[in-house]
Design a protein around this ligand. Sequence first.
Ligand code: COA
Length: 162
Amino acid sequence: MTATAIYPGTFDPVTRGHIDICERALKMFDHVVIGVADSLAKQPFFDINERFDMLETVFAGNDRISIKPFSGLLIDVARESNANVIIRGLRAISDFEYEVQLAGMNRSLAPEIETVFLTAAQHYAFVSSSLVREIARLDGDVSEFLHPEILRRLTEKLKTVK
Ligand code: COA
């Protein structure tokens, strides 16, 4: 049996903080499925195909990672992927309350699936996709938070909406 975990998020866009969590999850699991939620309520800047494509680019060549877009419940995609663990990154204490609530609800819905929290690397503890987008939109330098190809795509897309 191989141990598979799912790492869900909106990834709008994927940042180095997310990549760091994935790399650390790979130390514990044979396979990590990155679940890309459509998160329509958040009105994502990149559509789901663009977010999927960016994750594919970042993790190209890593056969222990697969990328799966989804629009339903996280526990359903976890079960479909044979993942019995959900990975979540914790950045600051402020993440804690929401994360415990999410983990508790997911446990009620799917008791066989555990949530495992990984703390974000210090350097990325304050990074979020929306802050990175905002700084980039205001011409700030976000290169330390993004893979170069993601930075290129974000810069291109921002030009179309400015
Ligand atoms: N590094 C950098 N940024 C990080 C990070 C890390 N390690 N961890 C989280 N973030 C950022 C994200 O980029 C995101 O930024 P944004 O709000 O500016 O876009 C923010 O922190 C919040 O992240 P997260 O809590 O992961 O939210 P999300 O929208 O990315 O994902 C889902 C939430 C998709 C996991 C959740 O809504 C879900 O499970 N949806 C499916 C439907 C479902 O099952 N609902 C019932 C749940 S009980």
